[in-house]
Design a protein around this ligand. Sequence first.
Ligand code: ATP
Length: 249
Amino acid sequence: MEPIAQSLLYLDNISVVFDGFRALNKLSLTIEEAEMRAIIGPNGAGKTTMMDVITGKTRPTAGEALFAGVHDLTTMDEADIAQLGIGRKFQTPTVFDMHTVEDNLLLAVKSDRRAFANISWRRTSHEKARIGELLERIRLKDQRHRKAAELSHGQKQWLEIGMLLAQEPRLLLVDEPAAGMTDQETADTADLLRDIARTRSVVVVEHDMQFVRDLDVKVTVLHEGSVLAEGSLDQVSANERVIEVYLGR
Ligand SMILES: Nc1ncnc2c1ncn2[C@@H]1O[C@H](COP(=O)(O)OP(=O)(O)OP(=O)(O)O)[C@@H](O)[C@H]1O
């Protein structure tokens, strides 16, 4: 099939109506390959609903959503969309507390091959190498033998990001990664995401403006289900409509 859109993610005129309430209102947004984008906006702006549409959790009432120019996300279910290479990280980490950091990653690496039901704890040299790379990437090499339960909140978030990376997503959606983190963890998380975005696309929904500043990427401001402004954080922060929306709430 010829791609209809060149962008990795192409949302065009997406609306989502719940009982007459427009959670998304003709939202259009594109994300390029290996681009990181920060999405901000006041409560109720539609950020979560947008992520739900991309992952197939919510069906849009109208509009187009294409992945890699050919896959129509509006007709696919959540499992198929995950399989396409769209990973989502929710705010609360869902790691296996009683397993070690390393075994959590092993589980994720194995589930990649759909061997989840019949897991063998023996690891192949390929898996060992993958786990080593992931541990390095998520900065948890020294914690590899600790149980996930013993990690700090920030470290748990990184472990979960590592588990998502094990599945080699092309697009990673991350919901408020900095919430509840220390200043140091927040800065380290920005570094980690920037590192990931060298090879994958990342969409980050975030309220913490210092964190958005650290990310240093293009920002999209949502308001009442549509894009209100787009640009650098400095540009959107100086936008009068954005100021009005943030101060007026
Ligand atoms: N399943 C649903 N049924 C009815 N209304 C919904 C549903 N899901 C979301 N909404 C409404 O849609 C609007 C957009 O919500 P959404 O959660 O997408 O906003 P948000 O930008 O993520 O907000 P927050 O920053 O508070 O998480 C809200 O007013 C919300 O109450």
